[in-house]
Unconditional design. Structure first.
Length: 150
């Protein structure tokens, strides 16, 4: 079972992700509305993947991601945002890999289609499994024939 923590202040986004992943076997999804709640959940439960909105009230996504990775360095991360930088009209996620400690995470631009979400989840799962060879997710991928539908 792959445990996914979804952190986004928009109920519609949390619901969309929960529904899309809930239709796939092997996912357990927990959704929360803020970075603070996400960090609280991560204290009490062990997650394999976190999908985090970058711009949220309170503790923002970048700080939330950094704290999640401090607690669990091998955690798979998908950062998502629909914000564009006004001066360049480039999505903010294009610049995130330049921030220290955020180069090896998966980025998902909002709005996204379920197919794009599933591709990002697969990429994050494979990336995490390859960086932690003793991880149970590697066994899940290698031995159970897990594959995302496209």
């Amino acid at each position: 079972m792959i445990r996914v923590l979804v952190i986004d202040d928009q109920l519609q986004i949390r619901s969309t992700i929960s529904i899309a992943l809930g239709m796939k076997t092997g996912f357990e999804v927990v959704s929360v509305e803020s970075g603070e709640r996400g960090l609280q959940c991560s204290e009490n439960r062990d997650f394999d993947l976190a999908i985090v909105d970058i711009y949220m009230p309170g503790i923002g996504g970048v700080k939330t991601i950094k704290q999640l990775l401090q607690r669990k360095p091998g955690l798979g991360i998908i950062a998502m945002s629909g914000v564009q930088i006004k001066l360049t009209a480039r999505p903010v996620l294009d610049l995130m890999p330049l921030l220290p400690g955020l180069a090896n995470i998966v980025y998902l631009h909002k709005p996204f289609r379920p197919k794009e979400l599933l591709a990002a989840v697969e990429k994050a799962i494979v990336s995490r499994a390859m960086t932690a060879p003793s991880n149970d997710m590697r066994d899940y991928i290698d031995h159970d024939g897990y594959e995302m539908e496209q």
